[in-house]
Write a protein that binds this ligand. Structure first.
Ligand code: HAM
Length: 420
């Protein structure tokens, strides 16, 4: 019997992994200029962290979590997102006692039991930022700027930022009643999930993707009409700062997002180059989460983006097409003795030159083909004559030019230096 990877969890083979590394480097570069520090949290948490943090009524908790008992019967969950974990770490390590304001970022796999399709998988990868410890609307705008800065670096266009404010907990309570009044008369025509959501949290109905529910969702009143004075002022400031920075956005009055911890600002960045799964990233404020999970009252804001989708879009737009960087040197060996080749490779590699050998005892013709396949910039053939004389001919593969050189690291290094 052959083995296959688990459905919805795929291998990233070397050709594609190169693209992932490029993308991760861009994320790290943007995090650096905005002064976000990396945090690495475990892939598993106690199930309760997510059910409490994300909310029992959400699809993520209700249907999509990978939860298993461990050997002692404790329920553990493969993380479906990282915000709850970051907040847990912030509280557990008392980060707030040293410095209550923390700007953090992460990159890593997340797990959701969803129906796999293009741009949606069960093990997917997110990069995200969390700015914990300030209520300033300028911080919401900084977090949104991180997203835009990354998109600009990646040269992505045809994007739009959907923005809304869902207000504080008191506003939610008011808005929930408004939504119950609105949806109540139509419930019999709506999907079973929405009937459940109506009881548990009618905000979730606004996230329903079923066709039958759309007419009732489209006519629902927007959340921003029900904000208290503080939340309305916060939202106005966020918009004013975004305008000042020239960051465009569309107000989406019914954007609520799929996780229960959000308060005030919520946003999503969507790409016209993606199909049904068009959200490149999403986030917002979660001013009550730290306290809800047992920490001191601490406002926070963040977002996370799906890397799988980003790689897909960038690949489709040909952004990864730049030529394979290739290796610096291929050492072709003739005969059995590979001591000289190994010694030369070791010395050059120590100095940062990328070198490879055949290792398969193949003839010269096949080794030359291999050098080409690897995109080698230089070739050196080592036979008995070279071993005896200590000199060889270094060939520049692009120009065909050959240079006689002493077979020593110091003599070869200047000739192998990359000019790109
Ligand atoms: P989220 O909207 O659930 O938010 O996920 C953020 C992004 O992750 C989505 O916009 C999408 O790009 C990607 N994503 C989600 N599920 C999948 C999937 N099954 N396959 C591929 N990509 C997926 C959060 O996770 C929040 N923690 C964001 C946040 C951080 N809010 C505040 N801070």
């Amino acid at each position: 019997m052959g083995y296959e990877s688990v459905r919805g969890m795929r291998d990233v083979l070397p050709e594609e992994a190169r693209n992932w590394t490029l993308l991760e480097n861009q994320v790290r570069a943007v995090a650096r200029v905005f002064n976000y520090r990396e945090i690495r949290v475990p892939l598993m948490e106690h199930a309760e962290l997510f059910s409490r943090g994300i909310g029992e009524a959400t699809d993520v908790v209700n249907k999509e979590m990978y939860t298993f008992p461990d050997k002692k019967g404790r329920l553990l969950t493969l993380r479906p997102e990282a915000t709850a974990s970051v907040v847990r770490a912030y509280i557990e390590h008392g980060l707030y006692t040293k410095e209550p304001f923390q700007k953090l970022y992460y990159i890593g796999p997340m797990f959701r039991y969803e129906k796999p399709q293009k741009g949606r998988s069960r093990q997917f990868h997110q990069y995200g930022v969390e700015a914990v410890g300030a209520l300033d609307p300028a911080l919401d705008v900084e977090v949104i700027s991180v997203a835009w800065a990354l998109m600009n670096r990646l040269g992505l266009e045809r994007l739009s930022l959907r923005l809304n404010s869902i207000g504080c907990a008191a506003d939610h309570a008011r808005y929930r009643e408004v939504l119950r009044d609105h949806f109540g008369p139509h419930l019999s025509q709506m999907c079973p999930d929405c009937r459940r959501r109506y009881e548990e949290n009618p905000l979730r109905i606004l996230d329903c993707k079923r066709k039958t529910c759309q007419p009732f969702i489209e006519s629902a009143p927007g959340s921003a009409e029900y904000l208290c004075a503080d939340c309305a002022a916060h939202f106005a400031a966020v918009r004013r700062y975004l305008d000042r920075l020239g960051l465009s956005y569309d107000i989406d009055p019914r954007l609520v997002r799929g996780l229960d911890y959000y308060t005030r600002t919520v946003f999503e960045l969507v790409s016209a180059d993606l199909g049904a799964q068009d959200a490149l990233l999403g986030g917002g404020r979660y001013d009550d989460l730290v306290e809800q999970l047992g920490g001191p009252s601490t406002p926070a804001v963040g977002f996370a983006g799906g890397m799988d989708r980003l790689v897909l879009v960038l690949d489709e737009l040909g952004r990864f097409d730049a030529a394979n960087p290739g290796i610096d040197l291929f050492l072709a060996t003739l005969g059995q003795d590979e001591a000289l080749a190994l010694e030369l490779a070791a010395g050059l590699r120590e100095n940062g030159v990328s070198v490879d050998l055949d290792y398969r005892g193949r003839g010269l013709r096949k080794q030359l083909a291999e050098a080409n396949r690897l995109g080698a910039h230089h070739l050196l053939v080592l036979g008995e004559e070279e071993a005896a004389s200590g000199r060889g001919r270094l060939k520049n593969m692009a120009t065909g030019e050959e240079t006689e050189v002493a077979l020593e690291t110091d003599a070869m290094l200047p000739l192998l230096q990359r000019r790109d």
